[in-house]
Design a protein around this ligand. Structure first.
Ligand SMILES: *[C@@H]1O[C@H](CO)[C@@H](O)[C@H](O)[C@H]1NC(C)=O
Ligand SMILES: *[C@@H]1O[C@H](CO)[C@@H](O)[C@H](O)[C@H]1NC(C)=O
Ligand SMILES: *[C@@H]1O[C@H](CO)[C@@H](O)[C@H](O)[C@H]1NC(C)=O
Ligand SMILES: *[C@@H]1O[C@H](CO)[C@@H](O)[C@H](O)[C@H]1NC(C)=O
Ligand SMILES: *[C@@H]1O[C@H](CO)[C@@H](O)[C@H](O)[C@H]1NC(C)=O
Ligand SMILES: *[C@@H]1O[C@H](CO)[C@@H](O)[C@H](O)[C@H]1NC(C)=O
Ligand SMILES: *[C@@H]1O[C@H](CO)[C@@H](O)[C@H](O)[C@H]1NC(C)=O
Ligand SMILES: *[C@@H]1O[C@H](CO)[C@@H](O)[C@H](O)[C@H]1NC(C)=O
Ligand SMILES: *[C@@H]1O[C@H](CO)[C@@H](O)[C@H](O)[C@H]1NC(C)=O
Length: 459
């Protein structure tokens, strides 16, 4: 293994900025500089694991992480093979490295999935009231966590969960394939996630998170298999990812109705770039519907989608409260799309009947530019609320080639904004500024997380 590691294995040093931040902190505390390149390395085989796809390796995974945790962290290498296991938790200063041909298979025995508490900002499980089944790979209150490798695979074997979900046989909410909660300095790169029971990648209440070169694949008819869902997170970068999903490719969230309002942790300072998406029944990029803690300062650029339902969709409703503001999108190409742009103010779906009907979302400062679509059904459906208009919308340089349809090209209600250089001609509520109209601005200053280089370091 050591030679494999030396030759092939170039794993990722954490983020210079994050190193810098922790260094500064450690220096203050007089501790040593963190070593993201992990001096301690262990192989899952050292813990008796068998990669035959049949033997349950739950004990081996738990022991491996616990042993490394005792040493203050380290790297766990998963070699080629099929490593079946129940859910397991990660630790801090830890790298999970999946070599080429390594597949971690999630157990399909429901007894392996303990119940865990619902998220505070949701008040209950997303599918069902009460607790939820454990996520497959999970961690809470961690720092400096990396999942990477030579594009190995984490397979949730979700079919069992999807079947039970469709047959209404689940008493509790399905787990996510990977969830980190209250954690910071996270890197997920060069790894493939497939067949999640529900959402794939779910950082929640996290800070400084990078997803780079990640592939997420789920059947396009699988229920709620969102790709990457930053939820109440700050400083997140999603780049060079490829997502095929039965739901949204990327969904930025921040809690649900009165629970999200009480927790009040926005999702903010997030950049998504060079995304490729297939999501025939849902959005390429969704903001919400759970947005009660607020969503702000989001930059999305260089997105290509094939066969998706909406290009960018803001989902909200009465009772959500919160805000969606300062949202910037540019350079999106959509091939076969129902709506390029969709804003919904009547999404429904409440955790319970205790939501405040006066809690209305504030949606403002939305700039979309340089969007090209072929085989589009409608350009946009933009619905604000009568007593809560969605405002400050700017749409520029859009060309949509439409398929014949009886539906209107634009359907706008209770929205206010401007447009220019948009074909087909926008609805009147987006006042056309004519040929001299200015492009909708995109921020020039980069986010802190954008400046973080991903360096590779040999072991
Ligand atoms: C993971 O940690 C959580 C607490 O953060 C705990 O409830 C859960 O049982 C642990 N899961 C496993 C599989 O050990
Ligand atoms: C994890 O962090 C949250 C937020 O800081 C805190 O409320 C919680 O007590 C922490 N949990 C543990 C187990 O340390
Ligand atoms: C990602 O994995 C592929 C496939 O093994 C490998 O060729 C490539 O070098 C890896 N890239 C990075 C950045 O580690
Ligand atoms: C990783 O594997 C997935 C699934 O096989 C593939 O679609 C993707 O192109 C691979 N990525 C890299 C960097 O090799
Ligand atoms: C978000 O980014 C802006 C720069 O665009 C910065 O001024 C602000 O401090 C950041 N917010 C947080 C919470 O990091
Ligand atoms: C308009 O958008 C297209 C992509 O659809 C892009 O190629 C072009 O450069 C943009 N024009 C301007 C003036 O930004
Ligand atoms: C155009 O979109 C329709 C569905 O909206 C689809 O059936 C058809 O295959 C698409 N055509 C092309 C060329 O992508
Ligand atoms: C247009 O928008 C209105 C208000 O949201 C809605 O009731 C109607 O169904 C929409 N029509 C189409 C064709 O989308
Ligand atoms: C969107 O672009 C327009 C035109 O450049 C600009 O006036 C507006 O301030 C921009 N919106 C935001 C939220 O920056």
């Amino acid at each position: 293994m050591a030679s494999v590691l030396q030759n092939k294995l170039v794993t990722l040093c954490l983020l210079a900025l994050l190193c810098f931040v922790s260094t500064a902190e450690s220096t203050r505390k007089g501790a040593s500089v963190p070593k993201p390149c992990r001096p301690n390395t262990a192989n899952i085989k050292d813990f008796g694991a068998v990669g035959d796809g049949k033997t349950s390796n739950t004990a081996a995974f738990k022991k491996a992480v616990a042993e490394l945790a005792k040493k203050g962290g380290g790297m766990l290498v998963i070699p080629p093979g099929k490593w079946l296991t129940g859910p397991f938790n990660l630790t801090s200063h830890f790298t999970l490295f999946l070599d080429k041909g390594a597949v971690i298979l999630a157990s399909t025995d429901m007894k392996d999935y303990p119940l865990i508490a619902p998220l505070k900002s949701y008040g209950r499980g997303r599918d069902e009231p009460g607790p939820r089944y454990s996520n497959f790979i999970f961690g809470s209150n961690l720092t400096d966590v990396v999942i990477t490798g030579n594009n190995g695979t984490i397979d949730g074997q979700g079919q069992m969960w999807w079947d039970k979900y469709h047959a209404d046989q689940l008493k509790y909410t399905r787990g996510y394939l990977f969830e980190l909660m209250y954690s910071d300095n996270i890197l997920v790169s060069n790894v493939t996630f497939v067949n999640s029971p529900s959402w794939n990648l779910h950082p929640v209440y996290c800070k400084n998170v990078i997803f780079s070169g990640v592939t997420v694949l789920a059947p396009t008819d699988s229920p709620n298999t969102d790709g990457i869902d930053p939820d109440s997170c700050t400083e997140v970068r999603i780049e060079d990812c490829y997502v095929v999903s039965g739901d949204d490719c990327i969904a930025i969230k921040s809690g649900w109705d009165e629970y999200g309002i009480a927790v009040a942790m926005p999702s903010q300072n997030i950049s998504v770039r060079r995304l490729t998406c297939i999501s025939p029944t849902s959005a390429v990029i969704a903001l919400g519907s759970e947005m009660s803690g607020g969503i702000q300062n989001i930059r999305i650029e260089d997105v290509t989608a094939i066969n998706s339902e909406s290009g960018i969709r803001i989902k909200s409703g009465v009772g959500r409260g919160g805000f969606v503001k300062n949202i910037f999108l540019r350079d999106m190409k959509l091939y076969t799309i129902k709506w390029l742009f969709w804003m919904t103010s009547n999404y429904g779906q409440h955790p319970d009947d205790k939501f405040d009907p006066k809690a209305l979302p504030e949606v403002t400062g939305i700039n979309y530019s340089n969007v090209y679509a072929e085989n589009a059904t409608m350009v946009a459906r933009l619905d604000g609320l009568q007593n809560d208009h969605y405002k400050g919308i700017c749409i520029s340089n859009v060309t949509a080639k439409m398929i014949p349809s009886d539906l209107p090209l634009w359907n706008c209600t209770n929205v206010e904004g401007v447009s220019n250089h948009v074909t087909p001609k926008p609805c009147d509520l987006l006042r056309d500024q004519g040929p001299s109209g200015k492009p909708c601005a995109f921020p020039t200053a980069t986010l802190a997380i954008d400046k973080v280089p991903i360096t590779q370091c040999p072991f």
